[in-house]
Design a protein around this ligand. Structure first.
Ligand SMILES: NC(=O)c1ccc[n+]([C@@H]2O[C@H](COP(=O)([O-])OP(=O)(O)OC[C@H]3O[C@@H](n4cnc5c(N)ncnc54)[C@H](O)[C@@H]3O)[C@@H](O)[C@H]2O)c1
Length: 303
C-alpha cells in the first residue's frame, strides 16, 4: 500500500537513483522517475508497481505534464553529467547538464509548489582540502565537474525552494558503471574474478571515503522524513582507505596474485578525500546512526 507522499527522482534510473527509487517505493512512497537513460546501466523498474517511469531529458524536454499530473511533494535531483574527465573535455556539456538542468528543475519546483528539493552534490566541490572536511570548509573545486556542482548548489540556495544539498563521498555497490571513475571497487572486483591485469593511476596512495549505495538510499530516505531544510550535508563514512590498501584487501579476498600496473596520475584527481559526517549523525534519528558505524566492512558481495 502506498502512503500519500510522492517523490520525483531525476536520474532515478541510474546507479544511486535506482537504489533510492526502490527504497522509497518499498517504504510506501509513490515514486516518479524521470531519466533520459543516457547512463550505460540504466534500470527499467518493469516489475515495481510503486514506480512510474518517464523517459525525458531534463535539459531539453518539458516536464510540465509530469509535475501537473503527479504533483510530487519532494524532488530528489540526481540527473547529471557525472564524469570528472568528461567535464574537463566538454565543459559546456557539463554546465548544460549540471547547472542549466538544475535551473530547469528549480523552475518546476517553484511553479508547482514542491515542498523540498534534495539536490545531489559531491566531495569534488571541496577539492584537495586536508581532512576532516566539514560542510563549513571553504570549497575549492579542482575540476569543471566540482565547479558545476558548486555553482548548482548556489542556484539551489538562491531559488526560494526548501532544499537539502547532499554532498556524497565515493559511492559503491551493485549497478555501478564499471567504466565510471568512481567505480574502482567494481572494476577491481571484476578484474580480480577474471584474473585480469589492474591499472592504478598515480602512486595508489590517494585516499577515498567509500560509502555503500544501499546506505545512501536509507540516509536520503531518513533525511526526507525529517523537517530539516536549507542545509548542506555530507553523506560519507568519515573514514578513508588508500587505493593501494583497497587493492591489497580485495586481492586477499579474491585470491588475486597479479601485481597492479601503475600509470600517471589522472588530471584533476584529488589526493585525499574524506568527508566528516558529524553533521549527518546529528540530524539522523538516534536508532539510525548505527547504519554508519562499523564501516571497516565493505559490502563486496553486493557488486
Ligand atoms: N557515484 C558517486 O560516487 C557519486 C559521488 C558524488 C556525487 N554523485 C552524484 O550523484 C548523482 C547520481 O550519480 P550516479 O553515480 O548514480 O550516476 P549515474 O550516471 O548512474 O546516474 C545519473 C542518471 O542521470 C541520468 N541523466 C543524466 N543526464 C540526464 C538528463 N539530461 N535528463 C535526464 N536524465 C539524465 C542518467 O541517464 C543516469 O541514469 C549525480 O548527481 C552525481 O553527480 C555521485
Amino acid at each position: 500500500m502506498v502512503n500519500n507522499k510522492k517523490v520525483l527522482i531525476t536520474g532515478g534510473a541510474g546507479f544511486i537513483g535506482s537504489h533510492i527509487a526502490e527504497y522509497f517505493a518499498a517504504n510506501r512512497y509513490k515514486v516518479i522517475v524521470v531519466d533520459n537513460l543516457s547512463s550505460v546501466n540504466s534500470q527499467k523498474f518493469n516489475n515495481n508497481l510503486n514506480i512510474i517511469f518517464y523517459k525525458r531529458d531534463i535539459t531539453n524536454d518539458s516536464l510540465d505534464d509530469i509535475f501537473e499530473n503527479e504533483k510530487p511533494d519532494i524532488i530528489i535531483h540526481l540527473a547529471a553529467q557525472v564524469s570528472v574527465t568528461k567535464s574537463t573535455k566538454e565543459p559546456i556539456f557539463d554546465a548544460m547538464q549540471n547547472i542549466i538542468g538544475t535551473l530547469k528543475i528549480l523552475k518546476y519546483c517553484r511553479k508547482y509548489g514542491v515542498k523540498k528539493i534534495v539536490a545531489a552534490s559531491t566531495a569534488a566541490v571541496y577539492g584537495d582540502i586536508k581532512p576532516p572536511v566539514s560542510e563549513d570548509s571553504a570549497p575549492k573545486p579542482l575540476s569543471h565537474y566540482g565547479l558545476s556542482k558548486l555553482t548548482m548548489e548556489e542556484y539551489v540556495k538562491l531559488s526560494g525552494v526548501n532544499y537539502i544539498i547532499i554532498r556524497f563521498s565515493n559511492v559503491y555497490g551493485s549497478r555501478q558503471n564499471v567504466y565510471s571513475e568512481a567505480g574502482v571497487i567494481t572494476l577491481f572486483k571484476n578484474a580480480m574474478l577474471k584474473n585480469q591485469e589492474i591499472t592504478i593511476f598515480g602512486d595508489g596512495e590517494q585516499v577515498r571515503d567509500f560509502i555503500y549505495v544501499k546506505d545512501i538510499a536509507k540516509i536520503v530516505f531518513e533525511l526526507c522524513e525529517t523537517d530539516v531544510v536549507n542545509e548542506i550535508v555530507n553523506i560519507s563514512t568519515g573514514q578513508g582507505i588508500s587505493i593501494n590498501n583497497l587493492f591489497k584487501l580485495m586481492a586477499k579476498k579474491y585470491n588475486y596474485s597479479l601485481e597492479p600496473k601503475y600509470k600517471p596520475k589522472r588530471e584533476n584527481d584529488i589526493v585525499v578525500s574524506i568527508l566528516s559526517n558529524d553533521k549527518l549523525l546529528k540530524i539522523l534519528p538516534c536508532h539510525f546512526v548505527d547504519v554508519l558505524k562499523n564501516k571497516e566492512v565493505l559490502h563486496l558481495d553486493d557488486i
